[in-house]
Unconditional design. Structure first.
Length: 258
């Protein structure tokens, strides 16, 4: 499918989705988000794809929501329009979070507002040394969206999350790494993307079903008790132990030890 807001290409078993609105620093409209959602769903149903990389064109990840689109929604007289607008963005975040495929964000330049939180919903974040992150919302008189109030406290703790959201500081790539928000910092955008694709290729080469269930288990652990996590673990592991993939991997391991 041809898009204007995003570019899609394949690197082996990795699908790379690039937000392609460099003239707007990749600010996202409802159309942009819908295109990303469609391609993520398409990747999930493609047996040749084992992981997804999300990045931005022209030296920036994304400036967040497109300000013109946000102003248009704010000025619309209908009470339903803002809710419909938010649901479109929420569908993307939920899809990234719950996708059976691992999603790796490759961030360079700015990742502001909703783009910051979209990256946080990914399973791994690789960034370039020039990356800058900011929960910019209160500067615009609005609150954190795209799951920021859910994701950020779970990653950095409540007090640090309040600092980042209420005071809106811009943080560097190295500071983001110190806070545990990113997994690796590379010298530039090119090497960051290459590293993100390499990590994704490693994930794509792994056991697809086991990886999807591990992601499910880890995400669920953020809200439940130890007991609920153990219950889900027992269910997931029981299914995996009966799978052909696990049987083959276990047989290979046993054969290699004898």
């Amino acid at each position: 499918m041809a898009y204007t807001d995003i570019e899609v290409h394949k690197e082996g078993a990795v699908r790379v989705l690039t937000i392609n609105r460099p003239q707007r620093r990749n600010a996202m409209t409802a159309q942009t988000v819908s295109c990303l959602y469609q391609e993520l769903e398409s990747a999930e149903s493609d047996p040749e794809i084992g992981a997804v990389v999300l990045t931005g064109a022209g030296g920036h990840f994304s400036a967040g929501g497109d300000i013109d689109a946000i102003v248009q929604v704010a000025r619309d007289g209908s009470d339903e329009t803002p809710m419909k607008f938010m649901r479109i963005f929420h569908r993307l975040v939920e899809t990234v979070w719950t996708s059976p495929l691992p999603v790796v964000a490759s961030v360079s330049g700015i990742a502001y507002g909703g783009a910051f939180n979209l990256a946080l919903a990914c399973d791994l974040i690789v960034c370039s040394a020039d990356a800058r992150f900011c929960e910019v919302f209160l500067r615009r008189g609005i609150t954190a969206d795209l799951g920021g109030a859910y994701l950020l406290p779970r990653l950095v703790g409540m007090q640090r999350a309040k600092e980042l959201i209420l005071l809106t500081p811009e943080i560097s790539a190295l500071r983001a790494q110190e806070l545990g928000l990113v997994n690796a910092v590379l010298p530039d955008a090119t090497t960051a993307l290459a590293h993100a694709i390499d990590l994704s290729a490693q994930l794509a080469a792994g056991p697809r079903f086991a990886i999807s269930q591990t992601k499910r288990l880890l995400n669920a652990s953020m809200d439940g008790t130890l007991q609920s996590s153990l219950n889900l673990e027992a269910s997931v592991q029981s299914g995996l132990l009966r799978s052909n993939g696990a049987k083959s991997a276990l047989d290979s391991f046993i054969a290699g030890t004898r």
